[in-house]
Write a protein that binds this ligand. Sequence first.
Ligand SMILES: Nc1ncnc2c1ncn2[C@@H]1O[C@H](COP(=O)(O)OP(=O)(O)OP(=O)(O)O)[C@@H](O)[C@H]1O
Length: 375
Amino acid sequence: MPAEANHLPIIEAEKLQMKFRRIDALRGVNLQVNRGSVFALLGENGAGKSTLIRILTGFQKPSDGSARVCGLDPARQPDQVRRQIGYVSDAPSLYPWMTVAETGGFAASLYDAAFLERYQRSINAYEIRADQKIKHLSKGQRAKVALSLALAHDPSLLILDEPTSGLDPKVRKSFLESMIDRAATGQTVFLSSHQISEVERVADQVAILHRGKIVLVGALDEIRDSVSRLVIDVDDPLRAIARLPAPATVLSEDTAGRQRQLFVRQLQPAMINALREQEGVTEVRHHSATLEEIFVAYTLPSSESNSGDSNGGSDRRSDSDDDQGPPSDSGNVAGPGNAADPRNTSDTGNSTVRERNDGSVLTRGKERTGEVGAL
Ligand SMILES: Nc1ncnc2c1ncn2[C@@H]1O[C@H](COP(=O)(O)OP(=O)(O)OP(=O)(O)O)[C@@H](O)[C@H]1O
């Protein structure tokens, strides 16, 4: 039986956990990535993006949970997974003493005859001299060599950790456009990024990882359509506004004098009308939220207790003494996931099946009432 079956998701993660000595880097990540998409993983510094990518590429074994990539288990078959995919880490490791040409030749031994030709074509397109030593390349040029290596065996899945960092704007643009072309031919690109505006241009699927948990996942268009920015003017700064009913979920609220700004999921037109009729409300304006605004609303510092954290606080410290140390191929094989916490995100694929919908409108500061959202 072939390792890959085309109807199955190319990446699946179930209840992935990664505990380091001092921190739970991943706390029950469920994810499905379908073929032929550009899937962007967004998250703040330290959210767990690289940890998740290292697990998917077989460089790190999870503490718990399981993953399948191209139909293979990266914890048990790391070499096979890495042969199937193209991967660029956030800090590509290239041998500094090799030339650009030697680097390609060295990697080519693992792949088919077309590898070297594709690699050379890419290096030429990036205007990098083949006889230059890696140690004499700029950061951006090294990133281009790493990308050329990752693409040279024409992988059906490309996994990129911060692919555009170090690239100049012109190269970033053409690189990202080439990712859309790949997806159009049925290949899959899974990338992590901080560059939300860039992601917005290329991704068709998006997930937000926040403190080791997926707090939002879905098709970009649907995510954008599902979150609204409400600006409400009131006659008195202390005026209380009634709760929004279900299915609305208030993600965040800012108060500035007599103006409130709310980010709300699943706002219904009737709710806007009801707000306008409330006593003391002088105006209600309704806008679509940008991906950046949605990202901020879902990753507020105070959102931790609402994103399914069983500790109910911002502390991700691990109780475990099980320090997995640096990324390694050795260690325990993944076991069954921990399904004990009913508040764990149960997002499967590009749809989520659970969220809290208390619809509260908060009257002070920035808080969230949404627990976990997706489309
Ligand atoms: N080998 C390790 N040992 C201990 N802690 C680790 C290890 N690797 C990662 N961590 C911790 O796990 C958390 C997630 O780290 P990770 O590198 O996955 O974040 P990230 O989302 O990729 O961040 P960034 O955007 O800054 O690259 C961080 O708190 C980090 O300190």
